[in-house]
Design a protein around this ligand. Sequence first.
Ligand SMILES: C[C@H]1O[C@H](O[C@H]2[C@H](O)[C@@H](O)[C@@H](O[C@H]3[C@H](O)[C@@H](O)[C@@H](O[C@H]4[C@H](O)[C@@H](O)[C@@H](O)O[C@@H]4CO)O[C@@H]3CO)O[C@@H]2CO)[C@H](O)[C@H](O)[C@@H]1N[C@H]1C[C@@H](CO)[C@H](O)[C@@H](O)[C@@H]1O
Length: 410
Amino acid sequence: VTLAACGGSDSGSDGGSKSSGELSGTVTWWDTSTVGSEDKVFKKLAEDFTKKHPKVTVKYVNVPFGEAQNKFKNAAQSGSGAPDVIRSEVAWTPEFADLGYLAPLDGTAALKDQGDFLEQAAASTKYNGKTYAVPQVIDSMGVFYNKKIFKEAGVEVPKNIAELKTVSATIKEKTGKTGLYLRGDDPYWFLSFLYGEGGDLVDAENKTVTFDNEAGVKAFKTVKDLVDSKAAITDATNGWDNMQAAFKDGKVAMMINGPWAVADTYAGKEFADKANLGIAPVPAGSAGQGAPQGGHNLAVYAGSKNLDASYAFAEYMTSAESQATIAQQLSLLPTRQSAYLQKDVAKSEMIGFFKPVVDKAVERPWIPEGGSLFEPVKVEYTKVLTGQTTPEQGAKAVGDAYRKLLKDWK
Ligand SMILES: C[C@H]1O[C@H](O[C@H]2[C@H](O)[C@@H](O)[C@@H](O[C@H]3[C@H](O)[C@@H](O)[C@@H](O[C@H]4[C@H](O)[C@@H](O)[C@@H](O)O[C@@H]4CO)O[C@@H]3CO)O[C@@H]2CO)[C@H](O)[C@H](O)[C@@H]1N[C@H]1C[C@@H](CO)[C@H](O)[C@@H](O)[C@@H]1O
């Protein structure tokens, strides 16, 4: 999709901005946002940018989240086909920076009011003392629940795993519905259970793999028991679609999810009345409570032929005004503290719930290998949930994979 203001633009010229300082040329932007719920809002923002810079054409390309990381690495490596700006997930950013594929942004027009960014959001954009991206959204996870089903069953939102099981049993008995949809094909959905047992993927400070300690085994046992006890249903594949459908159709009373799911969830028949959607902290485990930190940054390709317009585009798309727009329209959390002060954002119930959750979300190590820590968990998590391996063997397999990946770590 080529977005250009009505005034047209320098056709095809990739040249940088004119000596007059007026920006021009084409900026190709790979956006990974969800088609059908998020993309139209991001596209509109990009259009607004071209209205302010009529000589710039933004070529909007939506690349699915699951493909964008490898697609960008392949294009950047081959030197052809890489976009000028990419929506770089928090774990991809240190990896792309380490590979030399991102333009350092310090001192450029991409970075305005750096002090305005939440610390934990800015952390994933820093690598070897330089800044390689601009934080766009930050997120974490909570329990989404169907207030009508809870009322019908006469139960309260569970605060811990034991309550999750009793509440689910009551919901099943009183309404015939299943308590929780637990996504089984994406390891991100396992993290709050791991943190609840006091575990973590690694201890980056001490270069130690921790996934296969007793907390990791216990967390695998916890999720397996949720499925075996019928408190939760899960799928080995197509988890996103099945989870959203089950929750939006009222087949399950709860799901664990993040702000990026709100817009799509509101489209469900159960939530035509938005007030029927409740959000609560993820249940605590036997040793703690916590949800993971995720999110997305905008990064500029080091080989861009139009750095000036790309810097300006990245700045615009992550400005406090742009962030307030996506917060208000999509319930996505800003990374700029000033955006939370804008009136539409301050009065949003969803933002009001998720901001404290994000403030205490468990940070991950922003190391180049950070994104690769999920694949081994994805394999073993699904196998544990479907009984193809035991919690002990699954945790050990992940630990072994990590020690291969992270040279000289304990
Ligand atoms: C396996 C993957 O592990 C990690 O990903 C973690 C990730 O680091 C975590 O933060 C978390 O991401 C949250 C995210 O924070 C949260 O915002 C939301 O994102 C929404 C957007 O909000 C929404 O707008 C829209 O975009 O849609 C987005 C997605 O819904 O939900 C995300 C979780 O889904 O969880 C991810 C794990 O899934 C790696 O980073 C790789 O991605 C890796 N995949 C590659 C691995 C390659 C082989 O190595 C394989 O060949 C390749 O094909 C695979 O691509």
